[in-house]
Write a protein that binds this ligand. Structure first.
Ligand SMILES: NC(=O)c1ccc[n+]([C@@H]2O[C@H](COP(=O)([O-])OP(=O)(O)OC[C@H]3O[C@@H](n4cnc5c(N)ncnc54)[C@H](OP(=O)(O)O)[C@@H]3O)[C@@H](O)[C@H]2O)c1
Length: 271
């Protein structure tokens, strides 16, 4: 009797937060799961094969994809989750090197992984790439300009890529969560060119973000959406878990002036 092969998933940034919850739920759903971390050995998790990966390195990406293909022979699902945020800061408070660093992980990390995995999915004639974007990828937030820009890049890339790969039997989705309670907050990049003019407002925004994060959904909410998207026979391009759905609705239907006022009111910005 023919048995369907076990589906193989790769989840980048599976050492904590959304990536860890996603790897766990995919394993529970029957996938053979390869999770990654820059420090794989310290993040062994039951039911998940943890491998080393730095998405900012071409060599590390190539080695990871070769390793998974040697062990499992195929990749059916790639979840590009690895990423980090910026501590609230004005756009002019980060050097160009910092701007490049955030893009190197949040955007070019996805580009590197996609370029390494897409050829195999294309030859298989099937596969799904799910990118973890953010509501800030369609609703930019002040004092998070670089992070918002990196997630806009993810959204634009995902949308174009889905058109291209769909013809080959491969689909692309972008999952765009709002605030999620994870260690994300502990790994923020601090600005390297701080200016006294912005100190008070950034502290205020930082406190507001902390307050919202403390009461936010846990990463399992995003993981459940990823598992649902991965199982869908005709996956959607955009998924907005929890609070993000309301924000997507506002972005689509609310007048721009109302949205502008809403962002300023939410962050208690004057003027
Ligand atoms: N939390 C939120 O509010 C929120 C909202 C919207 C979107 N997101 C997005 O969700 C994703 C996951 O965030 P999270 O909240 O789960 O944060 P997290 O708990 O800090 O997890 C980030 C993960 O990314 C990995 N990572 C970071 N830089 C990497 C690199 N250069 N190469 C490989 N892996 C790297 C980390 O692994 P190691 O340190 O072990 O290498 C870690 O596993 C990010 O893309 C984030 O932008 C988060």
């Amino acid at each position: 009797m023919h048995q369907a092969a076990q589906r193989v998933a790769v989840v980048t940034g599976a050492s904590s937060g959304i990536g860890q919850a996603t790897a766990q739920q995919l394993a529970q759903a029957g996938y053979r799961v390869f999770g990654t971390s820059r420090r794989a050995a310290t993040h062994a998790a039951p039911g998940i094969e943890m491998l080393a990966l730095d998405v900012t390195s071409d060599a590390s990406v190539a080695a990871l994809v070769d390793d998974v293909l040697q062990r499992a022979g195929r990749i059916d699902l790639l979840v590009n989750n690895a990423g980090f945020g910026v501590a609230p800061a004005a756009a002019e408070e980060s050097s160009l090197a910092q701007a490049q660093a955030i893009f190197d992980t949040n955007f070019f990390g996805i580009v590197r992984m996609t370029r390494a995995v897409a050829p195999h999915m294309r030859l298989q004639g099937s596969g799904h790439i799910i990118n973890i974007g953010s509501v800030l990828g369609f609703l930019p937030m002040p004092y998070m300009a670089l992070y918002s820009a990196s997630k806009h890049a993810v959204a634009g890339y995902s949308e174009a890529l889905d058109h291209e790969l769909r013809t080959m039997g491969v689909r692309v989705s972008v999952v765009e969560p709002a605030y999620i309670n994870t260690p994300f907050d502990a790994n923020l990049m601090a600005p390297d060119a701080p200016l006294p003019a912005y100190r008070a407002i950034c502290e205020k925004v930082g406190q507001r973000v902390k307050q919202v994060l403390a009461g936010a959904d846990g990463p399992e909410v995003v993981a459940a959406i990823v598992v649902r998207a991965a199982a869908a026979p005709a996956p959607k391009l955009h998924y907005t878990p929890g609070l993000a759905r309301r924000m997507q609705w506002l972005r689509r239907f609310a007048p721009a002036r109302m949205l502008d006022a809403g962002v300023r009111k939410d962050l208690r910005l004057e003027g």
